[in-house]
Design a protein around this ligand. Structure first.
Ligand code: PGA
Length: 244
């Protein structure tokens, strides 16, 4: 717990602004930095803020490299629900980051092991992730690392839990269309980041946020491992704060 900085914001927009400050500071100090990015609803205010700040001349993404946490297995990059497409629409298409400097696991990979290894190597060749953004699932997942009996280390394939498929079905026409598997950075990949920023909003996340940072470190709550990371900042809104 000693290393985890907890920042309480009023609402999701303020969470986005405070998280954006972290990215802005990093990009100023290291213009060719490597950032780890996440999909989901929670990062959207942050992404809007980053787009606005670049438009206002406060940040420059031209030398930044980015690696995304995860991708659905079986979805092509241009599939409306793919995470690659999500990133294009919500961030990359609106900032100056170079397409070749953005990586997302390949949902269509035939040789899964080679793709996962290649993903790790690319990040390593870039010098590792300087700042990793995370959301959190209702079951404590980070990326698509679901509760298990161990912490998976590297980028790998996972079967999605019913809870996660249920939570994500809002983006699809029906639950049957939600993929049953995904590729995700491992817990080890995430823990290797020099700095981690987690964003959490909404009262439906209050229980899992509490469990993750005030409960025991266990692979049954994947996010709890972050208690062991030396530089974690959790930015949450009032609704997600249950312990005051
Ligand atoms: P959400 O997803 O931001 O859409 O709640 C978070 C997650 O599942 O990691």
């Amino acid at each position: 717990m000693l290393h985890v900085r907890m920042i309480k914001a009023k609402n999701p927009e303020e969470v986005g602004k405070i998280a954006a400050d972290q990215f802005e500071a990093l990009i100023h100090s290291k213009p060719a930095c490597v950032i780890g990015l996440a999909t989901g609803s929670t990062p959207l205010p942050l992404y809007r803020e980053l787009i606005e700040r670049e438009r206002a001349g406060k940040i420059d993404f031209t030398r930044v490299r980015s690696a995304n946490l995860d991708e659905y297995k079986g979805l092509a990059p241009d599939h409306p629900q793919s995470y690659r497409r999500f990133m294009q629409e919500n961030l990359f298409d609106h900032i100056s980051i170079r397409p070749e400097n953005t990586i997302v696991p390949d949902g269509l990979a035939e040789d899964v092991d080679a793709m996962c290894r290649g993903y790790e190597e690319k990040i390593e060749n870039w010098g590792g992730v300087d700042l990793q953004l995370l959301g959190i699932g209702h079951d404590g997942h980070i990326g698509f690392n679901e509760p298990e009996d161990h912490f998976p280390v590297m980028t790998h394939e996972v079967a999605l839990t019913e809870m996660t498929r249920e939570a994500n079905k809002r983006f699809f026409d029906s639950i049957d269309e939600v993929p049953t598997a995904a590729f995700t950075m491992g817990i080890g990949t995430v823990m290797a980041a020099k700095k981690i920023v987690m964003v959490v909003t909404g009262k439906d996340k209050a229980d899992i946020l509490y469990k993750s940072f005030f409960g025991p470190v266990t692979p049954e709550v994947p996010a709890s491992i972050l208690q062991m990371h030396p530089d974690v900042t959790v930015i949450f809104d009032e609704a997600a704060c249950s312990w005051e």
